[in-house]
Design a protein around this ligand. Structure first.
Ligand SMILES: *Cc1c(COP(=O)(O)O)cnc(C)c1O
Length: 403
């Protein structure tokens, strides 16, 4: 039996089946390429759901991590450490916000935002005790905690995890009228992904984000942008909200903030919002640890130059020109912003899963979302040649499926 088969057999026997991975066992990686245990190379077109925006083994990020590993890895927030202030201050500068609250996973950043919005609602806005509501979108993905799945509309994500946390109003993504209809005097926040990633890279209608901004300002409601997947360079800007020059009240970041090395997430907001938290009212043992801050600081500095955003923009346009000819030839729709594309394969042809399996056989790793949609989100360090090669492979797969 091959090493691959043995490892997969063991994994399937001894681990919970909460994922359905493609049958590849990765051993090492560099830049946009990974190598499996058999020595076969693949172009990584998922990039850890955009956690690897700066590529596998990015030398600057690894150097920051190594230097920190040798010196200091953990203090807890009971003490200050020498990476904390710099990380928070520079991330604050990048986001344009007064304050940063670092956590670990994306879901924790979302949970933090929910708690802060509610507390802000009671203490600053003056909503009725225990009556705060938050408006969220259909087909959202914000993480996997019990509160977050309480307002998921994906049966897989939500079913049989009740009793559910109350206080959320679910409206159609893309409709400002739907949000306006759901607002009342106890509404404390609108929580939205500026681009719905897991739903299939769904782009907002033009003006949607700026209209949410106006609505929130008008009704004294916090605009919370979950930029955990869309942010930090992926779309060709630092944040997906930047495409409409919109500034939300809270940015939620995760994934790429950890440089593909460690989980790092954060909430960024101004002092009148994050300032509602007092000592003991929220926290995390690992949030803002020295290793996380050293890596996160390096990520922030790389984003501050704009180089990666520019790469995403240019490579994205190139990807777009390569994908357009596929429209009507096995591809029903392409949605793209920066180096992030959702591709709807004709459902009669194949499921997204089947396309991803066929791509894998040809040396391209991609991931389906729902039904017949696949997404392409390679590391922003990918070369134009490699990107072009991946589209060739996709074209071959579609041609072979059409025969
Ligand atoms: C991945 C993701 C999350 C959750 O992040 P985890 O680190 O998996 O908890 C939340 N929101 C969005 C938009 C995401 O893509």
């Amino acid at each position: 039996m091959s090493t691959t088969k043995q490892i997969i057999e063991l994994a399937d026997r001894r681990t919970a089946h909460n994922y359905h991975p493609l049958p590849v066992v990765i051993h090492e990686a560099q830049g946009a390429w990974v190598v499996d245990v058999e020595g076969k190379r693949y172009l990584d077109c998922l990039a850890g759901y955009s956690s690897l925006n700066f590529g596998h083994g990015n030398p600057e990020i690894l150097k920051a991590a190594r230097d920190q590993l040798d010196r200091l890895t953990l203090t807890s927030r009971a003490f200050y450490h020498d990476q904390f202030a710099a990380f928070c201050a520079e991330l604050g500068d990048l986001t344009g916000k007064d304050m940063i609250l670092p956590m670990n996973t994306g879901a924790e950043a979302v949970e933090t935002a929910i708690k802060v919005a509610r507390k802000w609602g009671y203490q600053v806005k003056g909503v009725e005790p225990d009556k705060a509501n938050i408006i969220v979108m259909e087909d959202n993905f914000h993480g996997r905690t019990t509160t977050i799945v309480s307002f998921s509309t994906d049966p897989d994500a939500r079913a049989d995890y009740g009793p559910y946390t109350p206080g959320f109003r679910i409206v159609k993504y893309g409709s400002v009228d739907a949000i306006r209809d759901a607002v009342d005097h106890n509404t404390v926040a609108v929580l939205v992904e500026p681009i719905q990633g897991e739903a299939g890279v769904l782009l907002p209608p033009d003006g949607y984000l700026s209209e949410i901004r106006s609505l929130c300002t008008e009704h004294d409601i916090l605009f919370i942008a979950d930029e955990i997947q869309s942010g930090l360079g992926r779309t060709g800007e630092t944040f997906a909200c930047d495409h409409e020059n919109v500034v939300p009240d809270m940015y939620l970041m995760g994934k790429a903030l950890g440089g593909g090395v460690v989980p790092v997430s954060a909430v960024a907001a101004d002092a009148e919002i994050l300032g509602v938290l007092k000592p003991g009212q929220h926290g995390s043992t690992f949030g803002g640890n020295p290793l996380a801050c050293a890596v996160g600081l390096q990520v922030v500095r790389m984003l501050a130059t704009g180089e990666y955003q520019e790469r995403a923009r240019a490579l994205g346009e190139f990807l777009g020109t390569r994908l357009t000819p596929l429209l009507g030839h096995g591809v029903v729709a392409v949605r793209r912003r920066g180096l992030w594309a959702g591709i709807d394969i004709a459902p009669s042809l194949a499921t997204g899963r089947q396309v991803c399996e066929a791509l894998m056989a040809k040396g391209v790793l991609a991931k389906d979302t729902h039904g017949s949609t696949i997404r392409l989100a390679p590391p922003l360090v990918v070369s134009e040649e490699d990107l072009s090669w991946a589209v060739d492979k996709l074209t071959e797969v579609i041609t072979e499926l059409s025969d």
